[in-house]
Design a protein around this ligand. Sequence first.
Ligand SMILES: C[S@@+](CC[C@H](N)C(=O)[O-])C[C@H]1O[C@@H](n2cnc3c(N)ncnc32)[C@H](O)[C@@H]1O
Length: 264
Amino acid sequence: MCPECIGRAGDNGFLRFRLRAAIEERAKAARMSAPGTPPATLDAEMKAYYAARAPEYDDWYLRRGRYSRGPVRDLAWHNELDEVTEWLDRQPLSGQIVELAAGTGWWSPLLAQKGELSLYDANSEPLEFARQRLVAHDLRAHLHVRDAWEAPDRQVDAVFCGFWLSHVTRDRIDAFFDIVRRWLVEGGVFAFIDSRPDPESSAVDHPPVADDVSVRRLADGREFRVPKVFYSGNELAASLRRAGFTTVDLAETARFFVMGTAHT
Ligand SMILES: C[S@@+](CC[C@H](N)C(=O)[O-])C[C@H]1O[C@@H](n2cnc3c(N)ncnc32)[C@H](O)[C@@H]1O
């Protein structure tokens, strides 16, 4: 179908309307074409999404606006968020700590109290919120724009990633864990927190994740696609071991979160 087809519909208003709608649908499908989309394109779209989402990112944690399911249902989320926060606080992270894809720095004050924290993100927009958060807690850290895929420039005692592994596509997860291992000194620890699939985790107007791609909307209606892979614990453990990690400990909360540590 093409605009010429509309011409062929002649004066039939109904047919013209149907054809126009079909052309719009097809253009939208082409824009959103998940299968066969080169990862580089999705990665660029994800980066743009998180830059634009920075001012509203914490609404997800706080269950504000489109992320709320009402006070009763939100309580389950808040309880599990407390649980995972306590889990992270219990981890013996110390010395030099690197936080990759740190975003608005939700976890950064906790980490900055455990060691000398360097937090990196590919976008400056969320890092500005992280900076304000650390200042509010009277904490210090090194904040820099840096891609999580960049080769390490030193070795540190601990690496942390929050809600980043699920944005790493299946064909790249081994390569990412290899980078994490190269960040770490012998005996270093990698800790992470990520999402379990739950229909109430995302915003009310986000369609379910399909084919490891999530369609996200911002409050102003702009739409983006991001890779979103719900790795099973077994998949993560196997990939971590392939990258050379020895002990791998995984845990999860009842619905929303998976978390783990791995040692070099
Ligand atoms: C789901 S957010 C997680 C933020 C934070 N870690 C947390 O737990 O709240 C993903 C973050 O990854 C960042 N990001 C996207 N692509 C990146 C890349 N290639 N390297 C580093 N950060 C990236 C985004 O800017 C965003 O802040």
